[in-house]
Write a protein of this length. Structure first.
Lengths: 278, 447
């Protein structure tokens, strides 16, 4: 009766050992991920199979009965603990003043111990309110090359940075060229020379780079949570979870024919925070 | 030999009587009691593979130019962190399989905890006297999810960098203290240099340490209280019926460990996971598309996507949009989970200790509420793919998002109602069947 399972189990363990040897050989030969996965799988699978069959077929299973002792301690034990505790506490309770002073000392130390948390980072100050853009700051590409006013065709898009910090995380902007007649920027019409508009590339929802542009509809998409912004209308949010437009960068063309900023973004860039409007 | 060893130990520790009772300890047999074990073994595998990975990972944001075995990235500027992960995957022997087993183990770890949680919930195993272990268990789930996030954020690739970007924005959205929290955690305005190094310490030391301690407490309490069991012939509130720890339960459990490890190894070998070399290094102006988190954060991601474009402005202050789906929703979710044993007790007025488990159908309200909850988070999970669904069926994302908003109300309601009716119907059929004999009693021959 017990002969057949034991043969199966022994076979499983043998296969496992062979796989382990194969594993060593694979390693020596330089390793290969699929082979390694397969061999570890077989080595452990053999052990697993053997052990489980062994446990199921050759070991006493089920139907052992054990009594549960009640969870609470016996009543007299509890009473004895309470008694012991109050007897021993008498001395402490009499010196209530000392107890309070100990509380004061430990509490003060605890509060003092929290102070170093402040070392973890800079104060937010006004970092979130401005970027490196300022009046006359040239627009540059990721490798620092200035952007000429003929750089884009209508429908084109380019990621631009302030010249002082190419690659800047908070200063990144999308430069888009549209047909000037298609733009409806209200009092910001002068911010868009030759149909060029620039908006912060950081989504006002959760901060992803807003990189997908659909020239026909002039819509910018955020690939993270699918917010949609209307480039022709001050990047107003027209779909998805974003609630605010992308801040706009006022542009001009300088005497050399290069695009420059006329100042910082119209609003603090990126996702919202508590005191953003302050 | 064994006798001599036992004598040697007992002379010094006097542990014979405890060990004997431990070896004879009876555990009830049921497949659903393995779920927690699977989670525990996945954690063990995470530690084993993680130790290996930690020897090769360099948590530095310093820029370097790649020049290793993976030709497509030659000459690309990247952080040392990203470079070390690519190197681990291509130049370190057995590195890739270890990394992939580690990632799969994390996926299985959290999945097993979640299913284990469902088992405990639907069978009422959280009731008195097991509320403490319920609370510890929920905490373990939170920690596991958090550590999963810190783990996949370490490689500093484009996908995880986007995830960190969103995490930073979520921190920013917290009223009053959000900017401070974001700046202190990241070290400054995003992307501050310190975050990868900090995440590593949190990921490999802080959280695993807490998980170890809580897992130990979780198991010790199970040991002390003895495991619950399903009702059945011979099983009462005052006994445990099952197999002894030694040898049967131990053989099966070690077998389960080997089986979990085997499955993870096969996944790690054959199922590519998180191929960071394809995503490229993190760069603030770029984004991976489609960008989705690992599965266990899918519901938060879905909530971020379908939550309407609302922000609150009060007296010149602002509560930004991500606060509601990504801070408030998870906060309420876990608060309700923590409080569930007491919420249910208020309704049922059931103060008694329970050692026998409920059949889900016998508790239709609880079971239906559980189904509603699963349906709600299930819909959110799929909502995290609204862009992919829109693309596949060539429908606008806006329409898909609206469909999900409606589904979020309709689907849980329908599923909850259906589950309730199903529970009622099955218990009624049983009650009407006067010759009813428990199926198990028919199938189980007395031994």
């Amino acid at each position: 009766m017990s002969r057949k399972p034991s043969r199966t189990i022994a076979f499983a363990f043998t296969i496992s050992a062979v796989a382990s040897i194969g594993l060593m050989v694979t390693y020596i030969l330089g390793g290969q991920v699929q082979v390694e996965g397969a061999l570890i799988g077989v080595a452990l699978g053999g052990i697993a199979f053997g052990l489980i069959v062994w446990g199921k077929d050759l070991m006493p299973a089920g139907h052992f009965v054990q009594e549960r002792e009640p969870h609470p301690s016996p009543e007299d034990e509890r009473a004895a603990l309470a008694d012991d505790f109050s007897t021993s506490s008498e001395g402490i309770e009499r010196r209530r003043f000392l107890g309070r002073m100990l509380g004061l000392a430990a509490g003060s130390l605890g509060i003092a111990a929290l102070f170093p948390i402040r070392s973890l980072g800079q104060a937010p100050k006004d970092d979130l309110f401005h970027t490196a853009w300022e009046e006359g700051m040239p627009l540059v590409t990721r490798d620092g090359a200035p952007v000429r006013a003929d750089a884009l065709e209508v429908g084109g898009i380019l990621t631009v940075y302030p010249q002082v910090d190419p690659g800047s995380a908070d200063g990144q902007a999308v430069l888009i060229r549209a047909e000037p007649d298609d733009l409806d920027l209200g009092d910001r019409t002068s911010w868009a020379p030759d149909g060029y508009v620039a908006y912060s590339k950081i989504c006002t929802h959760a901060g992803c780079p807003v990189g997908l542009y659909e020239p026909e509809t002039r819509e910018l998409f955020c690939p993270c949570h699918q917010s949609i912004f209307d480039v022709a209308r001050r990047a107003d949010p027209i779909g998805g979870p974003a609630a605010r437009p992308l801040p706009q960068l006022p542009l001009a063309v300088d005497a050399g024919g290069y695009l420059v900023a006329m100042g910082d973004f119209s609003d603090p860039v990126g996702p919202g925070f508590w005191n953003r409007d302050r | 030999m064994i006798r001599r060893f036992v004598r040697w130990i007992d002379d010094r520790l006097g542990a014979s009587s405890f060990t004997r009772s431990a070896l004879n300890k009876v555990f009830p047999d049921h497949w659903s009691f393995m779920l927690g074990e699977i989670a525990m073994y996945a954690f063990l595998i995470l530690v084993l593979t993680g130790i290996f990975l930690s020897f090769f990972f360099d948590p530095s944001s310093r820029e370097t130019v790649y020049n290793g075995a993976f030709a497509p990235l030659h000459g690309v500027t990247m952080s040392e962190a990203y470079r070390s992960v690519v190197e681990l995957s291509f130049d370190v022997r057995a590195g890739l399989v270890m990394r992939q087993i580690h990632h799969w183990a994390a996926i299985v770890f959290i999945a097993a905890i979640t299913v284990h949680l469902c088992r405990v919930f639907f069978t009422g195993a959280f009731r008195r006297p097991r509320e403490i272990n319920w609370v510890i268990g929920i905490t373990l789930l939170v920690l596991a999810m958090f550590n999963g996030f810190t783990g996949y954020s370490l490689p500093d690739d484009l996908l995880s960098g986007t995830g960190l970007r969103i995490a930073y924005s979520i921190a920013l959205s917290i009223p009053v203290v959000g900017t401070w929290i974001a700046f202190l955690v990241f070290g400054g305005e995003f992307p501050a240099d310190q975050i990868i190094g900090r995440l590593e310490i949190i990921h490999i030391m802080l959280i695993p340490g807490i998980i170890f301690a809580l897992l130990g407490a979780h198991l010790a309490i199970v040991w002390r209280q003895k495991h619950t069991q399903f009702p059945g012939p011979g099983r009462t509130e005052t006994n445990v019926v099952g197999s002894k720890l030694y040898p049967t339960y131990m053989a099966k459990s070690l077998g389960l460990f080997a089986a979990v490890f085997a499955v993870l190894a096969l996944l790690g070998g054959f199922a590519q996971i998180n191929p960071v070399w394809l995503y490229g290094p993190f760069e603030p102006a770029s984004v991976a598309s489609p960008a989705q988190p690992d599965w266990w954060l899918g519901w938060v991601e879905g909530a971020l996507r379908v939550f309407p474009p609302w922000e609150v402005r009060l007296w010149g202050f602002e509560i930004p949009n991500p606060f509601f789906p990504a801070v408030l929703l998870p906060g309420v979710t876990f608060l309700l989970l923590y409080l569930w044993p007491w919420i249910e007790r208020r309704r049922t007025k059931d103060e008694a200790a329970h050692e026998l488990l409920d059949r889900p159908r016998d508790r239709p309200v609880r079971t239906a509420l559980g189904a509603v909850t699963l349906a709600f988070y299930g819909v959110l999970f799929f909502a995290a793919s609204n862009d992919l669904i829109a693309k596949t069926f060539a429908v606008s994302v806006t329409k898909i998002t609206w469909a999900f908003r409606i589904a979020l109300i309709v689907v849980p309601t329908v599923i909850g109602w259906f589950t309730y009716r199903l529970c009622k119907a099955t218990t009624r059929t049983e009650a009407e069947d006067v010759f009813h004999v428990p199926l198990k009693a028919v199938l189980e021959k007395p031994r």
